[in-house]
Ligand binder design. Structure first.
Ligand SMILES: [Zn+2]
Ligand SMILES: [Zn+2]
Length: 121
């Protein structure tokens, strides 16, 4: 699979029982919908292992909003994260997956972690 943003080569990254595609060039991450949910909920430190791309490259890639699902070729839909409105990412309208730029997973997971921590106290 090629990166839908920069057409770089995607490599499979394994963490826990989750498989994620990561672009070798821009560090962008492609998740199946259920993988992203699992990562956010219960995979400890996943961001350190998976989200290793260059954050400044990720910022630039984030400006690319108009691109297509690498699986079906449909235009991706823009979404704002329900919990963190400043994070936007794109998902396939047919449910093939979600693309996060480098740095965005770290952002998502961090917030989720602190939320959990606060709730437990
Ligand atoms: Zn890329
Ligand atoms: Zn698709």
């Amino acid at each position: 699979m090629d990166c839908p943003k920069c057409s770089g080569e995607m490599e499979l990254v394994y963490y826990s029982r989750i498989e994620v595609d990561r672009c070798k060039d821009c560090g962008g991450l492609w998740f199946q919908p259920e993988e992203l949910r699992r990562l956010r909920d219960d995979v400890w430190m996943a961001d350190y292992v998976i989200d290793t791309g260059d954050k400044s490259v990720g910022k630039k890639a984030n400006a690319i909003k108009d691109y297509h699902c690498p699986i079906c070729g449909d235009s991706m839909l823009h979404e704002n994260d329900k919990h963190q409105k400043h994070i936007t990412y794109e998902s396939c309208p047919n449910g093939h997956g979600t693309y996060l730029d480098s740095g965005e997973l770290t952002d998502l997971v961090k917030k989720t972690f602190w939320d959990k921590f606060k709730r437990q106290r």
